[in-house]
Design a protein around this ligand. Structure first.
Ligand code: ZN
Length: 354
């Protein structure tokens, strides 16, 4: 015996309703009236929300609808059919469900932040075309230049010597894949700047802009191998796309916040500043140190030559904080003088084995 409900059907065009009877059978809604017989799959039907008052309005996928003035009668009929249209309808009346949804969104957002976004950034960063990476890098360099960099006092002869030696060493340190042109070489452009605020420092930006401060050149003038190690560390950041990962991660976070809160803001203009104010993670620093060690090793230099850099940086930081009370480490977090601790890094380079 079929449980039919007499009700009114509107075709979605004319304001004139048609008397029909509706039944549910075999996963379908059957609408029958004078000269009309239509069936709809149940999931395609938008059932009326069970609010307390008002007529029941049921949207059908072809643009037509059912309208039933007697809400109690519709609800009784509907309940007799013994199924729930979907959890959404059932939960809209409950504030507990609303709270649960809000909590659910927060949990998903937190999970995305904790696991999804870092993983996605690691995957996305290397896919970004080099010209775009270089544009982002050079914009960031401009920003940093305006804040902290002045023309270098290092003579052009010395600059050329350092550039040549680093170029030869990157050739020697190429992987077999790079030598066979199966993999592109890591791009780099070496810049020299005087930067009193940054002290002895070096940093790298997406796309391969690497900056050495005059302070760093002076600090390691008698330790040319260690200076090459510093450059190799920076090249390691480029090779592993650490700067780009930071940009992508913050972009995705900003998109996520935008999706939840509804305003992503003018994020793109903030990218250069982001690179100047955020630091690489501890893991990124370790990866760059590993790259530096391998680079030196492939050039037949033991990575322990790097120990002197951290000893001198530590001494310099001590002297400097005695003078001014501030630390150069706070100025540019992507710079060299940052975590992990000097002692850990000295141990890493001293005990490094291929
Ligand atoms: Zn670094």
């Amino acid at each position: 015996m079929q449980d039919a409900l007499p009700t009114t059907w509107f075709d979605g065009l004319s304001p004139q309703g048609l008397a029909v009877s509706v039944t549910l059978a075999q996963g379908q809604l059957l609408v029958q009236g004078d000269g009309l017989e239509r069936t709809y799959a149940l999931p395609s039907v938008r059932w009326p929300e069970k609010s307390r008052h008002g007529p029941r309005l049921c949207d059908l996928p072809d643009g037509s609808s059912l309208q039933h003035a007697n809400a109690a009668q519709w609800d009784e009929w509907f309940e007799r059919q013994g199924f729930r249209p979907s959890w959404v309808v059932a939960t809209t009346l409950s504030w507990r469900a609303v709270m649960a949804s809000v909590l659910g969104i927060a949990v998903i957002a937190a999970a995305a932040w904790r696991w999804g976004i870092p993983a996605a950034s690691e995957w996305v960063a290397p896919q970004i075309p080099l010209p775009l990476q270089q544009r982002i890098g050079s914009q960031a360099l401009e920003q940093i230049q305006g804040l902290w960099l002045k023309p270098t006092a290092i003579g052009s002869d010395e600059q050329a010597r350092l550039r040549d030696r680093f170029g030869q060493m990157t050739q020697a340190a190429q992987t077999p894949e790079q030598r066979l042109h199966l993999q592109p070489p890591v791009p780099w452009r070496l810049h020299f700047y005087k930067a009193p605020a940054l002290g002895a420092n070096a940093f790298a930006l997406p796309g391969g802009d690497v900056v050495l401060t005059d302070g760093m050149v002076e600090l390691l003038r008698d330790q040319p191998d260690a200076l090459m190690g510093v450059l190799a560390h920076e090249l390691g950041h480029v090779e592993h796309h650490h700067g780009m990962q930071m940009v992508v991660k913050t972009s995705l976070l900003s998109a996520l916040v935008g999706a939840v809160i509804g305003d992503a803001g003018s994020f793109l203009t903030a990218i250069p500043m982001l690179l100047a104010t955020q630091g690489y993670s501890r893991d990124a620093e370790r990866e760059a140190d590993e790259a530096a060690a391998l680079f030196l090793h492939r050039n037949h230099i033991h990575p322990r030559v790097m120990a002197v850099l951290f000893e001198r940086l530590r001494k310099q930081a001590k002297d400097k904080s005695k003078d001014s009370g501030t630390s150069v480490q706070d100025v540019l977090p992507i710079g060299l003088a940052s975590h992990p601790s000097d002692a850990q890094r000295i141990a890493f380079f001293t005990n490094w084995q291929p």
